[in-house]
Design a protein around this ligand. Structure first.
Ligand code: DHB
Ligand code: MG
Length: 223
């Protein structure tokens, strides 16, 4: 974390409001040691996800993009006591690493990690008749966000909240001529949301140790 004002403010909020949880901090440290990309949410963002999960009294949570399991752990902490979380990860090594991290902090039963292309896993969940999720966190491959959206709507009900990470990307999202597949993916994702009468959405810009980025908040309000 550098010394910019954004980062100082993030640290202030972390120190005063969020605190440092040894179990969660261990995941960050071990992820760094294991050489995973340091792209997980910050602790203040993780706490936000936990609060959203609590607010929705989440029984069933779905995450796309597990990485080391850090945001997974925050989300799981916000579930009701008998809640279940399914998280989807493309990279088998990340999934295995996350599995051991989550088992160490007591979530081996409550959390299921599915390895493979998330679009296929979403199709599988649907085919298995999985009950609708209360909260869905999208944080996988940004180029696939439009496909994720189709898949997760099928796993939603009116009242489901979908949160999507990295929807601002240093402001690149407004570059209409961008050829970055991640920007193209998020722009198409937004167009699809805007054209879907079942969805009511907004986006919040964020700054801090992970740079300038943002979350979309998409509420499923209709069938
Ligand atoms: C990247 C992915 C993320 O989910 C994130 O939060 C930041 C960066 C990336 O792929 O670069
Ligand atoms: Mg992200």
């Amino acid at each position: 974390m550098d010394d910019s004002l954004w980062c100082r403010v993030e640290r202030y909020h972390q120190d005063l409001l969020v605190g440092v949880d040894p179990d969660l901090e261990q995941i960050v440290q071990d992820s760094r040691r294991a050489g995973l990309p340091e792209i997980q949410v910050t602790s203040v963002q993780g706490k936000f996800l936990e609060i959203m999960a609590r607010l929705l009294r989440s029984q069933d949570i779905l995450e796309v993009g597990t990485l080391g399991g850090y945001s997974t752990a925050w989300l799981a902490r916000g579930m009701v006591p008998d809640g279940r979380l399914v998280t989807l990860e493309l990279v088998p090594e990340y999934a295995e690493f996350a599995r051991s991290n989550l088992a160490r902090i007591g979530f081996s039963e409550a959390i299921e990690i599915r390895v493979g292309d998330a679009v296929e896993s979403l199709r599988d969940l649907r085919a298995e008749g999985y009950r609708p999720f209360d909260l869905i966190f999208l944080d996988g491959n940004k180029a696939q966000y439009p496909d994720y959206l189709d898949g997760v709507i099928e796993l939603s009900r009116p009242g489901t909240l979908i949160i999507a990470d990295n929807v601002v990307r240093d402001g690149a999202i407004v570059h209409e001529d961008s050829d970055d597949p991640r920007v193209l993916g998020v722009r198409e994702f937004n167009r699809k949301i805007a054209g879907d009468l079942r969805l009511s959405a907004t986006a919040l810009q964020t700054v801090g140790s992970k740079g300038y980025d943002g979350f979309s908040m998409i509420f499923v309000s209709g069938e």
